[in-house]
Design a protein around this ligand. Structure first.
Ligand code: NAP
Ligand code: GLV
Length: 322
């Protein structure tokens, strides 16, 4: 039987490539690093029944029109703000994502950023590298305590709850904010539901783990930062456009919040001249929330499983728009 043609916007780890090769005819943008140019993507989907996309690939009306045979778009990410779900639904194209497999890895990074920002880890290393480490003195490089403080998670879904669970060993008081209070979150994490403003004004650490949507775009700006404690630590591992970045820069310059840990940016990638990088109280990393060998391999494999399942008439593990 003729194998269905699929287009991959990047070469994937071997396990995923082998799974796809067994069931499909693979066409791809054959590069692991450089992004697939738009033109190559539009040409690539012309004959394809399946597309394996990354979070940087825009899947919209134009792309769907260029790929009239598409039956599935399998995104290698849990976030799917790069995909016009309604347009896919209108054309009968199934969309899948990779939930769950990256939850713990991303929660680990949120904690890494929280601790690094609170304890001035990057600033400390830069001080040494610049030859600025002089004698020990009582208030040298003092930060804020995480142990015993109050953690507020905005978006207590899979990743948010994993962030909350990790707080048990740190003796923290826990709050969360979702659109709707969730008794399961409360029972499993011990966190208390708070309205957003109340969470912002009472938390020592605010971690953002909401998806990017019309509702959450620009959710954090000058007003929200002004509500936070002057000693607060702000962490964003969700999506850049949830935060009004220029207003975060101004807030950090003014020292409220005291420090931030940022994995995601309004426009990625950022360059070395980005204003957040000039602030000693901001720890910035290049969208590495899910970046461990095991997790990225599991994400690629799950995306491949979804693609193969839909194209071979089987039940797919994680569909978004049935
Ligand atoms: P999830 O399980 O769907 O959790 C999302 C949570 O956000 C839910 O609890 C949801 O609760 C809440 N929420 C949604 N809209 C909201 C709003 N307008 N106001 C307040 N709360 C809202 O998703 P997840 O798997 O935890 O992933 C979350 C996001 O993290 C992804 O969408 C992705 O953008 C990002 N992410 C980033 C990385 C990285 O590398 N940095 C890695 C993985 C994921 P309600 O529906 O009850 O409001
Ligand atoms: C990464 O950012 C994801 O959404 O999986």
């Amino acid at each position: 039987m003729k194998k269905p043609v699929v287009f991959l916007t990047r070469r994937l780890p071997t396990a995923a490539m082998e799974m796809l090769a067994a069931a499909c005819t693979i066409t791809l943008w054959d590069d692991e690093v450089r992004p697939c140019p738009r033109e190559a993507l539009l040409n690539g989907v012309a004959e394809a029944e399946g597309l394996l996309s990354l979070l940087t690939d825009r899947v919209d009306e134009e792309l769907l029109a260029a790929g009239p045979h598409l039956r599935i778009v399998a995104n290698m990410a849990v976030g799917y703000d790069n995909i016009d779900l309604a347009a896919c639904r209108r054309r009968g194209v199934t969309v899948s994502n990779t939930p769950g497999v990256l939850t713990e890895t991303t929660a680990d990074l949120a904690w890494a950023l929280m601790l690094a920002a609170a304890r001035r880890i990057v600033e400390g290393q830069k001080l040494i590298e610049a030859g600025g480490w002089g004698p020990w003195y009582p208030m040298q490089m003092v930060g804020v305590d995480i142990y015993g403080s109050r953690l507020g998670v905005v978006g207590a879904g899979r990743i948010g709850q994993a962030v909350l669970r990790r707080a048990q060993g740190f003796g923290m008081a826990l709050s969360y904010h979702n659109r709707t209070p969730n008794s399961v979150v409360e029972a499993t994490t011990g966190a208390t539901y708070l309205a957003l403003d109340e969470l912002l004004s009472s938390s020592d650490v605010v971690v953002v783990t909401v998806p990017l949507s019309d509702e959450t775009r620009g959710m954090f700006g000058a007003r929200e930062f002004a509500l936070m404690k002057p000693t607060a630590i702000f962490v964003n591992v969700a999506r850049g456009p949830i935060v009004r970045e220029a207003e975060l820069v101004a807030a950090l310059q003014a020292g409220r919040p005291q420090a931030a840990g940022i994995d995601v940016f309004e426009r990625e990638p950022i360059g070395p001249d980005h204003p957040l990088l000039r602030l000693p109280n901001c720890v910035a990393v290049p969208h590495i929330g899910s970046a461990t060998v095991g997790t990225r391999t599991r994400m690629a494999t799950l995306a491949a499983e979804n693609l193969v399942a839909v194209l071979t008439g089987k039940a797919a593990p994680s569909l978004l728009n049935l």
